[in-house]
Ligand binder design. Sequence first.
Ligand SMILES: Nc1ncnc2c1ncn2[C@@H]1O[C@H](COP(=O)(O)OP(=O)(O)O)[C@@H](O)[C@H]1O
Ligand SMILES: [Mg+2]
Length: 280
Amino acid sequence: MNEPLLAVRDLEYVYPGGVAALRGLDLRIEQGRKLAILGSNGSGKTTLLLHLNGLCKPTRGEIRLEGQPVSYDHRALNDWRRRVGLILQEPDDQLFAATVSQDVSFGPLNLGLSNADARERVREALEALRILHLADRATHTLSFGQKKRVAIAGVLAMRPEILVLDEPTAGLDSHGVTHLLGALEQLHEAGATLVFSTHDVELAYAWADDVAVFHDGVVLRQGETVAMLSDRELLRRARLRCPLLLEVAEALGVEVSAASPFRSREALLVLLQERCAGQG
Ligand SMILES: Nc1ncnc2c1ncn2[C@@H]1O[C@H](COP(=O)(O)OP(=O)(O)O)[C@@H](O)[C@H]1O
Ligand SMILES: [Mg+2]
């Protein structure tokens, strides 16, 4: 099997004070895929994500970037963080500059780009998140959803190969979720590898190619989304529910696979209407 872009082996992390948040987990991040780290609250998702770009250093275990073990010296960390961008759950923990364009330009300027090149990166990142109109706004005056998009743009301006997002849809309304997922989908189509944590089985089912089912500091199983989320025993062990759309498809007697049209809400509704009309 080819080396994954980023691989985690036997990762353990104990917080100062003694909480063992990660208890020897394995994870593979494959190039060009959308991977959901799916687990209930407190299962260790955020702690794991902090390891994926070196913000936390494992107590035990190994992380490999394109097959090479990572190191934690200043230069290696800079290179790693340029390639793997992490977006925190709380945008206020990520944003720090007075205006949107200042915030987003920080990374590119830090990479040593000229002012003109950094400006171009800012424009490109704000356009990708569809927030070019916010460029001159003071960051503290933005809504939560706007801040979230600015935080993503700030990471995107570094042109990372892997975007890691901690609970990206948490706190957004349904329009905000659609807007954000649309922008992320475009980045994915342009070649970005996406990793996101969530406790939301519906989001994982609707949007991920692969799911790593997470529970109590370990990955119970990782694989293709439909295969993972139709495994009732696995979901029970992780204290997660089966996605509603999958349950409805199963109740209608429809075979669902990764490429099946009946993974989508629209296709299932059409099928339901046909069945109801057939009975009328
Ligand atoms: N800074 C910290 N110090 C000590 N324990 C922590 C800290 N942050 C998280 N934990 C503990 O680590 C475990 C995993 O937390 P976390 O990674 O935030 O889970 P999740 O993101 O899945 O909700 C929890 O038991 C939590 O209480
Ligand atoms: Mg978390």
